[in-house]
Structure formats: C-alpha cells, structure tokens
Design a protein. Sequence first.
Length: 295
Amino acid sequence: MDWDKLRVFLAVAEAGSFTHAGEGLNLSQSAVSRQISALEDSLTVPLFHRHARGLILTEQGELLFRTAKEIFARLAMTEAMLNESKDRPKGPLRITTTMAFGSTWLTPRIHEFFDLYPDISLTLLLDDDELDLSMREADVAIRMTVPRQGDLIQRHLATFHFHLYAAPGYLRRHGVPRRIDELQDHRLITYGSATHLPFPDANWILRAGGNDFSHRTALEVNNFFAIFKAVQTGVGIAALPDYMTREDTSLVRLLPEVEAPAVPAYFVYPEELRNSKRIAVLRDFLLRKVANQNF
C-alpha cells in the first residue's frame, strides 16, 4: 500500500469528508477523492459508503483505519524518539487527563514547563473517558483510576480530596445545611454518567452519611468542570475536588466533617516509552509541582 494514499485515507476517515480532509492536507477535494479511489482500486474493496451527509467507513475501511492510525502513531513516536536530544529533551508529547484536572490545574502550569523545556511541544487531550495508550491515542495519561492494562507503567502522582461546595448566592436563597441529612432540602448537582465515571464513586454525595439523596438531584452533568461552573452560578450544591475550588475563593465549603472518598491520581505511560526523556522530565516536573500543594 502506498504511504501517501494511506495518509490521505487516515485524514478522510478522521474528517468524515473529502473537503475537510483536503483542507487539512492542503489538497483539493478532487485530488483527495482520486487518492481514495486509487487506494480502493488497489485493494479491490470499498473503504467508504458515500452519502449526501458525508462518508461512513465500511467494515473493511474500519479495519484499515484502526491499523493505519496505529502505524502512523508509532511512526510519529519513533521519529520523536530518534530526534530526541541526548542533553535536551525535544519533540511532541500528547497528554490525556480529565477535563476538570486538565482545565483548572494542569493547563495553568504549562508555561512553567515550557520555561524549562522549550523544545518539547505538548498536546493536551482533555476527556473524562480513558484514551487507549496502547493504541497511541496519547503518550501519557493522568488518571483517577488504576490502569487495568499490564503493559503500562504507573506512578502515583497525588491524592485528591473532595468536599461539598456552594455559592454564597445559593446559600442566601436556600439556607446553609448544618447537618448531612439537611441535604434533602437542597438542590444537588451530580456527575451524569453511570457508565463512564472519571473515578469510582464520583457521585458519593448521593449516599453521604448513609442517606439516599438521589431524589434531590437537580442537575446532572458529565463533566466536573461544568459542575464547577454550575456551582459558581448558584445552581446548587456539589462535591468538588479542593484543587478546583482554589480557583474561586468565594465558594463556601459545607459540612467539612463529612468524609469523602479520597481519589488517587496516577501518571501512566506505555512500557515501550520507558526510556523517553520527554516523559521523564514531564513526570519529574509534575511530581515537584504536586509536592508543593495540598490536594
């Protein structure tokens, strides 16, 4: 198979149209279409279903897409490792973590990392769902769950602590709960996905103190950063990580005696990247930063 045609195929599969793929590749729509047709002719199988609303991969196309994506990711990783300086780490590094941690804690500290390692370029992939490191969807992950894959290296990074928070405006309107059972009189904001929680027991607030507050859920959101914004605007009470609420000192911590589950965070990367200097300096940078902060 022709590498150039595979590159075009990968761009089309990710973009879902010849036009959008062409824009990214700096090729015309007709040139992209010709490349795909030539690849299909050489393989003697259709790779896309053509529809008015766009392109959909065929079964054969799905197989080729998964393989091509892995191959190009491995080539990019190999190129970066070959170009990595012995004395000064350089090259691209893709980091995935949750939307909340990435938005409110990690991103504001990236400039300090660049001051130390200006030759490293970072891509932050913020997603509460776990990306597959073995398929090179990212190089490094900061996860709130223990990795299940055996070929991943993990290092404990920090332990996050959660408390209940509300905005002053909400408390003026609805009162301040003094006991855990008084949450039954308040609006609660919870994480809105039972199947893709960013960490186990993310909705512990619904069972705090042995109670059942599920009927008090006023808003479900499948993103802790959005929950944080909802609390800021006075929607209700939510369990938030302490590192996030430091961004808004006006929020009021409620019922500090309530025990919340501690959430460990892990720095995770594939075994085959064990000797990457880029990953080593990122790991050490993050460990230094978290050592100076109470989570």
